[in-house]
Design a protein around this ligand. Sequence first.
Ligand code: ADP
Ligand code: MG
Length: 250
Amino acid sequence: MLSISNLNVSFGGVQALNLDTFELKDKELRVIIGPNGAGKSTFMDVLCGKTAPMGGDAYFNGKNLIGRSEIEIARMGIGRKFQKPSVFEGLSVFDNLLLGLKSKKGFLSSMFFKLTEEQSDKILEAAKRVNLEAELNTLAGSLSHGQKQWLEIAIVLLQDPELLLIDEPAAGMSDAETEKTGHLLYELAKDNGVIVIEHDMHFVEQIAQDKVTVLVRGEILTEGSFDEVKNNQEVIDCYLGAPDSAQTRK
Ligand code: ADP
Ligand code: MG
């Protein structure tokens, strides 16, 4: 699904990302871990067209993403959920989803269009996938932090992405919300490719059904199963062993 070579990003001469190769299979769920500043978010920025690399290729279903706009890449089937939730707090969950469904047409036209049955079914289905079907009339501003994150995931799902990029979904969530989020990602990966950046190692253990990639200083330190990565001495030295780096719950 995704095939990356020699991807290189620097900011003011400082190298943020230097990926020799990275491959993602169809419907794979990949977790990326690594210390702060390792280049994890930058990698997602490149994949969704927000940041242009200095060099390299990123093929998605055989087409190079490099040089394309964010809108073009979204239309090709890559959906990005950013770290901070940015839902419209003063609108209901339903209206947030409605805007998500129509966001391609721009904000104003999306406020004044007629809802077809097919569209309302789609909104309901997206809400169900993220456990928000009972909250459709709730103001987004009164949702819990975790529910806001799910709402954002649902908004991304409305664009029918083939590949989902999700940056630190469990940050700030309660234990119960974290567990539900793990289940949600597992379900999503049945139909979509999913790349998740995450710090919480209990959560990583819960969701890492395929490979885990460890990014350090912009480069891949190692890749493997959760157990392989957890017991890798270099990973322990660079990341897991550092007191402020990998966050574990309680
Ligand atoms: P991570 O998500 O792994 O914590 P980032 O990808 O956010 O790391 O950052 C990687 C490096 O690139 C850091 O040194 C960060 O300061 C730098 N960086 C990220 N985005 C920008 C930007 N827009 N401008 C300048 N430097 C940036
Ligand atoms: Mg980040």
